[in-house]
Design a protein around this ligand. Sequence first.
Ligand code: NAD
Length: 242
Amino acid sequence: MTSSLQNKVAIVTGGASGIGLECARQLVENGATVYVLDRDHQALEAARAALGKHLHTIEVDLFRYETVDRAIETILSEQDHIDILHANAGAYIGGNIWEGDPDAWDKMLNLNINAAFRSARAVMPAMMKQKSGDIVLTSSIAGIVPIPAEPIYTASKHAVQAFAHTIRRQLAPFGIRVGAIQPGPVVTPLLNDWDPERLKANIEAGAMMQPADVAEALVFMLTRRKGTVVRDLVLLPHSFDV
Ligand code: NAD
C-alpha cells in the first residue's frame, strides 16, 4: 500500500471511542503510526487489540497539562517526528443553562477547548523544528452556527474555531497546517444522554452520520498537497437542518 500518510506519526486525542477511534483506524489503514491519547483504560486496551502494532496508546487525562506534556515527550522518545495532531477529544452537555449540572460550563470548556489548546501547544515545538506538521481540530457544526439548545457546547466549539483560525496564521510560516472539521450529529457514545427515541427517529430520517464519515474527511484534509490547507470542513447528514 502506498499512501501519503505512509510513515507519518499521528496523535489522536479522545481516540479510544467514537469519531477518534475511527479516525485512528483510518490513519493506520493509510499507513500512519498512531498514538491514541485517552483516559479510558479499557477502551484503550480494546483499541490496541483491534488495530494492531501500528496503534500505540497512552493513558492521559487531558484535563492535566503535565500528563499531556509527558505523553508528547514519550512519543518523541520513540519517534523522531510528529506529523499529525488530531485534537479531537470532546464532551457534550446540552440543555438550559439555568438547570442541570452547575459545573457544566467548566467541564465542557475544560475538555473541548482547553484540551485542544494543551495538546496543540505540546506538539508545536517539535513541528516548528521539523518545519512541517498538520493540526486538525474536531470542532462541530455548533462551532459555526449557534445552536440555541446547546449554549455551552456552542460556546466551547466557537472557541475551538477561533483557536484554529488564529494558530493557523501563526503557524503557517513554520510549514504547519491547521484545519478544523465541523461535523453535524454522529452516532457515538457522546450522544448517550440523548433520548433513545430521538436518536432512532434521527437515524431513520437520515439526520445522523457515522464516525467513518468524519474519518474520511480527516484523511481528505491530511492528504492535500503541501501548499494547500483545508481550513474548515463542514460535514452534515444529508437531511440535517440547522
Ligand atoms: P466519544 O464520547 O465517543 O469519545 C470521546 C473520547 O474522549 C472518549 O474516548 C473519552 O474517554 C475521551 N475523553 C473524554 N474526556 C477525556 C479526558 N479528560 N482525557 C482524555 N480523554 C478524554 O465522543 P465523539 O462523538 O467521538 O466526539 C469526538 C469529538 O467530536 C468531540 O470533540 C465532539 O465534540 C465532536 N463532535 C461530535 C459529534 C457527535 O454528534 N458525536 C458531532 C460534532 C462534533
